[in-house]
Design a protein around this ligand. Structure first.
Ligand SMILES: Nc1ncnc2c1ncn2[C@@H]1O[C@H](COP(=O)(O)OP(=O)(O)OP(=O)(O)O)[C@@H](O)[C@H]1O
Ligand SMILES: [Mg+2]
Length: 322
């Protein structure tokens, strides 16, 4: 197992003795991972990130960063971290060069070092042609890229990004994600989002939070696997009604559903490998004298996977409440 950069132990944050924003969360992030922190609005993502940065103290449990407990006094740990808040704001009268220079001064970098870093960063986030313009006229995408550059001025080992794609159009979203993926080759990244396809594109690992509770943690692959549906999707030519009749007595078939006049979705025994189900289905089609136009395994999309996790969590809660 790799080195753990972030460890949450029963991390809990209660606001005003009533609102449990983060409820007993146990997530860990390994060095080098791009960890997607997924959850719907109000799930507790930003609160967890503020705990992670030591901006607020946990009500119970603890969070360790680089193996040390994070507290509001942990400036030694924060020096090794970069942070991009949701929809960051910058002094409108400043230019990217002026602002990044200011950030470099906060980190007590020497002038020479500041100039070197800011010029590299401005180029890598694609703001070179706007580097001397006032921030006031910047688009959301440009502001996000400036925010990323600012978060990188101290050359952090760990980068914390709170919904970096928030408010971006598809092109802005794509270029921001590409930039994050590129940064992920060198740094450990903790990135929150409520948009699954974003996380799916760039993350190696994922933690899902819902109503303050951690409901899944593992590799992206595991998340998809654990929520995969077991369906083969057929497109047929011939007597589809007769084919469906013949499915009724078949052992591995758990159920079926027609789609239009020629489509049939067969749900199969989850213990059966997908390849076997495809083979069996093909055999059935020809034994019934139909032509197969197409066959595909319908693995659920990442969106379905996520909704499935949330639903499981809800039904589980219902059971425990009953
Ligand atoms: N300082 C605070 N005082 C009281 N309640 C708070 C505070 N900060 C957050 N909350 C509450 O905690 C819960 C979690 O909020 P949080 O901002 O962490 O969610 P989020 O996952 O970041 O949501 P979003 O996707 O909308 O950004 C919400 O119910 C919110 O109202
Ligand atoms: Mg938030």
């Amino acid at each position: 197992m790799g080195q753990r950069v972030i460890e949450m132990d029963n991390l809990t944050k209660i606001f005003g003795e009533k609102l449990i924003a983060v409820n007993n969360v146990n997530f860990a992030v390994e060095k080098g991972a791009i960890f997607g922190f997924l959850g719907p609005n109000g799930a507790g993502k930003t609160t967890t990130i503020r705990l992670l940065l030591g901006l607020i103290r946990p009500t119970a449990g603890e969070i360790r960063v680089f193996g040390e407990k994070m507290t509001p006094d942990s400036s030694n740990l924060r020096r090794r971290m970069g942070y991009l808040p949701t929809n960051p704001r910058f002094p409108p009268k400043m230019t990217p060069i002026g602002y990044l220079d200011f950030v470099g001064k906060l980190f007590r970098l020497r002038r020479e070092e500041r100039m070197k870093r800011l010029s590299t960063l401005i180029r890598s986030v694609g703001l070179l042609s706007d580097s001397s313009r006032e921030i006031a006229g910047f688009s959301t995408g440009m502001v996000t890229r400036l925010g990323l550059a600012a978060a990188l001025m101290n050359d952090p080992e760990l980068l914390i990004l709170d919904e970096p794609t928030s408010g971006l159009d598809p092109a802005g979203r794509k270029s921001t994600l590409e930039l994050i993926a590129e940064l992920g080759k060198e740094k450990t990244i903790f990135v929150s989002s409520h948009i699954l396809t974003d996380i799916d594109r760039i993350c190696t690992d994922v933690g899902v939070i819902s109503e303050g509770k951690g409901i899944f943690s593992g590799s992206m692959r595991e998340m998809k696997k654990s929520t995969r549906s077991h369906v083969v999707r057929l497109e047929l030519e011939g007597d589809v009604g007769k084919f469906c009749e013949s499915l009724k007595g078949v052992k591995w078939v758990r159920g079926f559903e027609t789609r239009g006049d020629f489509g049939v979705d067969i749900t199969f025994d989850p213990a059966m490998p997908m390849a076997d189900a495809v083979e069996e289905a093909t055999r059935l089609v020809s034994s019934q004298g139909l032509d197969l136009i197409s066959i595909s395994s319908s693995t659920s999309s990442i969106e379905d996977a996520f909704m499935g996790l949330l639903r499981d969590e809800e039904s589980h809660r219902f059971v425990t409440a009953a």
